[in-house]
Ligand binder design. Sequence first.
Ligand code: ADP
Ligand code: MG
Length: 644
Amino acid sequence: MGRIRILSDVVANKIAAGEVVERPASVVKEMLENSLDAGATQIRIDVESGGRRLIRIADDGCGMLRDDALLAFERHATSKLSSVDELEAIATLGFRGEALPSIASVSRLVLETRSAAEPTGTRVEIAGGKLLACDETAFPAGTTITVRDLFFNVPARKKFLRSEQTELAHIASLVTHYSLAHPGKNFELTSGGPANASKELLRATPVASPRERVFQVFGAAVLDELVELPPLSAQQGAFRLSGFISRPQIQKTNRNSIFLFVNRRLIRDRLLLHAISAAYHNLMPPACYPFALLQIDCDPGEVDVNVHPSKTEVRFRAGSFVHDFVRDALRETLIASRPAPSAPLPTSPHAAPDAQPGARLPYSEFTQQLENFAFDQGAAPAGIDPAQPRSVLPQPFLQPPPAPPRRFDFSAPPIPIGQPDTAFEPLRLKVPETHGGFPDGAVLDAPQTMASLDDLRVLGQIHDSFIVAAGRDGLWIIDQHVAHERILFEQVLGQQQRGQVEQQRLLLPMVLPLSPAQQVEYERIAGELDAAGFETEPFGHRTIAVKAAPAGLSPADLERAVYEILEIAETELRKVSVSDLRRGIAASLACRAAIKINTPLEAKKMDWLLRELSRTQYPMSCPHGRPVALRYSTRDILKSFHRI
Ligand code: ADP
Ligand code: MG
């Protein structure tokens, strides 16, 4: 007798569950997607013990017909797909028909459902994949699925679950993300346990715009840091992009604050992640990431969603087009917003965004903690497993945290003592008439308003490194090195593009020894070095002679710049485009040639520097992403002196 056997459905479902159901949050994801596919507008999720003991999701969607209620638990049973052709253009979140049978095979599940087309509903009870009951029942239109004791029959899988709080954090994060993609729907999430009373984690009532939903979910403080993308479309509306991105000053050390939706499906996608990084290239240090909430809507035929069992990956048919579209859209939005970072006001670490007058939304304490946790990257809030820090995202979204970015330390508050807790104020406010010296009844800028650099008046220099200047909108401190770096960077890029790089000929060629790796890189990018204004040639074994170089570099800086450029080519930029390499070269030259810190400057020179800075395309951060200037807005100064 042969040794190969066909597995029973029960075993097959359990195996499939290994792919689809990784943890309680995966159950929530599949059921949430089913509710959304069913056209629900009210979705309520209750969990107990981080979803291990209970997950219940109730919706007001289309419900299931009596005959379908049982069929839904057969493998590959789906109402969403009937032919191979339809697989080419899937408009629903589900299509594989695997989720319900998989979940039912590893839990005790009760389905209650009624379609508006039938007078009575159906109740189906299944445990470990075995049908226990199927009855007629009175039930409102819609569907409620209750999943108890997840993995009760798969002890190996159960062992891999993290603490209840961690699993709960994954669920909360997932529901939050879906609520961001569907602002017009009502999402509620509560958590309880047998011992404790149930607690509301999220209540997002329907709102008219994504902006309002971001406010609901993350609060005013986060919204302030974001720029909303203008509605953008490409290829006659075939691709539409919308969402929010943070300014370059907001730097996260991992990708956990990047949320990507394609046709309202939460995904992770290397192509889009790369496009985002490319948009921030030279605006942010390489190991840093922004906050981004992006929605791409396109014809379902443009994207293949059937590339991963949990449907979290997609493949675009026109991948490189989508990449460039997203990169350019983000970059243009960033350049148009040209923000100035505000100096940090002394704030209470516990100040909550909803302390803002007029904030009308009920945040639960826990949701707030999750938000702070996800955004601040700081210590774990109470109730979250500190052994699992950094992310409240489902496991597949985790990336190892890279080394922290180099940054100047401006964290010290400008005025350290006796400050009121004024972290969050209305965005625009009137200066009281009683305060002379300010424009009559002037409306002060919100921090994100484009600041005018043009009319700054230099007051002096501190530490021979920072220029202090007065402006209409407050007090400015400008890092002289970084400012000059930005000016030179754009100059060098411009010269490179025009093919007119200012060059200096060296009296004697400079001979530089190279390592084997540097030699390889040198051969690869020699043409780019020429284009950047260098004149180099091989000079014996692993040695090059530099005969001319871009103007403005001292011999010591020149040597360092060459090595730095070879290093850039060798590491991060190996696989990226020529234009990125050029930007890298320009950034390196600018950094080397820029006025150093600890250099006393005459008033005239400082004036010149600010004027030139105001003419740059993106004056607010250096090519490596460090801030150029800090602004203490008049509003903040008034507040700090208790004048408003
Ligand atoms: P898929 O979503 O891939 O079709 P599932 O196993 O998740 O597969 O669900 C099987 C079928 O059960 C769905 O195609 C749908 O017809 C039905 N279904 C599941 N959940 C719901 C719900 N909340 N409301 C209405 N129908 C549902
Ligand atoms: Mg489904």
